[in-house]
Ligand binder design. Structure first.
Ligand code: LMR
Length: 325
């Protein structure tokens, strides 16, 4: 029996994510939580001919607890999204306490679940989740992930747009490390497979587009929000990777994690001078098995890495200071 809990399921990421989960046939139970609409969304999904039982709980009558009870995987998309002119950090004020409260309930109800945080600003919400679990004495870094898969998806997609030769984004693997916001997002095109051959200026343009891809959508939606459908796709891709690993397949995906708590991560954290960071993670039955070294990167990428680390340190400090007050 595998149960996934989707927290924020009535939102514009949560609802398409719940559809992908229901159609995947990967789950026996899908439990939806939000402040509005989820009982109806659950009924709607129950008309799809896959085996998962779908339930929807609102806040009243211990709805969050009921959603999380028995969950093996929890995906959190709850919170507000960006409007034009806002950075992801502008979401902190509202989303920080939402994440803290959700993880307080996770700690009490399903402390062994694998948790995936999508709610922005991920660079700060993941440390808040980690600190909340730590305070409750149930933190295990191998089970807690900040979802950065959309950056990986963008890195292979945007390079094919720049190449303009009809190549398939799925044929490119581009590691993306760092965080999930602006300059903290660092696609490593020097490690792309197959190698990417673009002139320096074109490559710089693609790197910038990956770093600020979220802004492209915010601008295009003209006040109606930020990435939703592609984020649901990316979130589901990460959930699929976790499920494949749970079923014994060997899988690696990038994710934003607490490095010192994962094998191989302590050394990377010491080298970078930052504890929360996205790297390639080897996934196994119980979650993160190993954080993989960054490897050789170009001089330009080394320069960008310095900027990413400086920004990340600030984002992490904001989260830790929120949790200490
Ligand atoms: C994205 O990368 O598109 C999302 O994190 C949403 C945002 O605010 O940019």
């Amino acid at each position: 029996m595998v149960k996934i809990a989707l927290i924020g399921a009535a939102g514009q990421i949560g609802t398409p994510l719940s559809l992908l989960c229901k159609t995947s046939d990967l789950f026996d139970e899908i439990s939806l939580y939000d402040l509005v609409h989820v009982p109806g969304i659950a009924t709607d999904l129950m008309h799809i001919d896959t085996r998962a039982k779908v339930t929807g709980y609102l806040a009243e009558d211990s709805g969050l607890k009921n959603t999380l009870t028995g969950a093996d995987i929890v995906v959190i998309t709850a919170g507000i999204a960006r409007k034009p002119g806002m950075t992801r950090d502008d979401l902190f004020k509202t989303n920080a306490s939402i994440i803290r409260d959700i993880f307080t309930e996770v700690a009490a109800t399903c402390p062994l679940a694998t948790c995936c945080v999508v709610t922005n600003p991920v660079n700060s919400t993941l440390p808040i989740a980690a600190e909340t679990l730590k305070k409750a004495g149930v933190f295990e870094a191998t089970r807690l992930f900040g979802v950065t898969t959309l950056d990986v998806v963008r890195a292979s997609t945007f390079v094919t747009h720049a190449l303009g030769d009809g190549s398939n984004p799925k044929d490119f693997k581009v590691p993306v490390i760092g965080g999930h916001s602006g300059a903290t997002i660092l696609p490593l095109y020097s490690q792309a497979e197959p190698p990417v051959s673009l002139k320096e200026e074109a490559l710089a343009g693609v790197i910038n587009r990956v770093q600020f891809g979220g802004d492209e959508i915010v601008k295009s939606k003209q006040g109606a929000g930020s990435a939703t459908t592609c984020m649901a796709y990316a979130g589901f891709r990460f959930v699929q990777a976790i499920m494949k690993a749970k079923n014994g397949q060997s899988v690696t995906e990038e994710a934003y994690v607490y490095l010192p708590g994962i094998a191989g991560g302590k050394e990377i954290a010491a080298e970078l001078g930052v504890d929360f960071f996205a790297v390639k993670i080897e996934l196994g039955k119980a979650g993160a098995v190993k954080a993989l070294p960054i490897g050789k990167i170009s001089d330009k990428e080394t320069e960008l890495l310095g900027v990413a680390i400086d920004d990340l340190k600030k984002n992490i400090a904001t989260a830790l200071s929120f949790m200490s007050t």
